[in-house]
Design a protein around this ligand. Structure first.
Ligand code: SF4
Length: 340
């Protein structure tokens, strides 16, 4: 169900400053092994992705299931190890971080999962859930931990906190559980929040509240946000820029409004056109996908990976040569031979 975007039509207010995060030619390949025969190829989940994110900037990453957006997210979170390329955070290369630096890095990147109930340990109280990252990160004073817990509970509108701190996750509604997931993501006061479809498993009635909460936190804390979603209806509200992924690659990068008004890449055009809603900003990718299936990431098509589905493919070129990133307008990138 697409969300009606009537929350706030103001442009997102963020301060654009120095670069917080750089993703440099990132590849995340998973080796396939055939029983008894050893190496059987690679799943090229992320295959040469490059972008920068500034302090306080929010970027949405959209694409069909299996496009690589979740693998990209897990690599930024430090869960997946890059096969090639690197992630640079506040000038520090992740590949060169030692254990204590990785611990610091993880404390600076909050993670909001898709499924709040699955994300919360069922045997822990809310207080224990919020206290754990503080203990892991060396905050020894109980009073300091409780001070932070009360502050973050207030920020996620779970107040009075004493009404919730001794409850277990199953005693909370889905919306309350997601507020606790957000509180846990915020408790170390991170610079970057990675939100993986944060409202897709919630009732429509609470989606707006959770999106509004995330937006308020972003503004209050000058948070950079990577918002992973398949639902374009929430993107414009929440993000300044949008990255479109297809088969492990970024195929278009743009600010939101120019992309909605004039999508460049044929895949982005198909995503926006694939809706009966006259307002393309309310499009949901899954109402109707472009014809054909997303390709195998083990044996992706040669040349442009979208060419078997592309109505504008240039014969003799698109199926042979991989399109580089063209910049047809300021702050716009399209990996497509049409913009050579
Ligand atoms: Fe279509 Fe060719 Fe552009 Fe790929 S490079 S999207 S096949 S026109």
């Amino acid at each position: 169900m697409a969300l009606n975007v009537t929350l706030n039509n103001d442009a997102p207010k963020t301060q654009v400053g120095d670069t917080l995060l750089s993703v440099e030619d990132l590849r995340v390949w998973f080796e396939l092994k055939r029983w008894g025969f050893g190496h059987a190829g690679y799943v090229r989940a992320v295959d040469g992705v490059t972008f920068d994110l500034k302090y306080g900037e929010s970027t949405a990453v959209v694409g069909e299931s299996g496009c690589g957006k979740s693998s990209l997210m897990k690599t930024i979170l430090g869960i997946n190890v890059p096969t090639k390329g690197d992630i640079v955070f506040q000038g520090r290369h992740m590949s060169k971080m030692d254990r204590s630096e990785l611990k610091w890095y993880r404390s600076q990147v909050g993670y909001v999962q898709q499924d709040p109930y699955g994300a919360l340990a069922p045997f822990m109280t809310v207080e224990r859930i919020l206290e754990e990252p503080l203990i892991i990160n060396g905050i020894r004073s109980k009073s300091e931990r409780m001070e932070r817990i009360y502050k973050v509970m207030d920020e996620v509108k779970m107040s009075p906190a004493d009404d919730f701190l001794q409850k277990f996750p199953h005693m909370l509604s889905g919306g309350q559980q997601q507020r606790i997931v957000i509180a846990r993501a915020m408790i170390m006061e991170p610079k970057l929040l990675v939100a993986d479809e944060p409202v897709s498993m919630l009732d429509a009635s609470v989606r707006v509240e959770i999106l509004r909460l995330l937006r308020n936190l972003q503004e209050q804390h000058n948070l950079a946000v990577i918002y992973i979603t398949h639902d374009l209806s929430t993107v414009r509200y929440f993000s300044e820029r949008i990255f479109v992924m297809y088969a492990g690659k970024l195929v278009e990068r743009s600010r939101i409004e120019p992309l909605v008004q004039n999508p460049l890449h044929p895949y982005t055009q198909a995503l926006l056109e694939a809706t009966s809603d006259p307002d393309a900003r309310n499009a949901s990718i899954y109402r109707e996908l472009p014809p054909g299936e997303p390709p195998s990431l083990v044996n992706p098509p040669s040349g442009c990976r979208f060419h078997p589905r592309c109505p504008q493919a240039i014969q003799g070129l698109c199926e042979v040569e991989v399109p580089p990133e063209f910049i047809p307008a300021p702050e716009r990138m399209a990996a497509c031979w049409l913009y050579k």
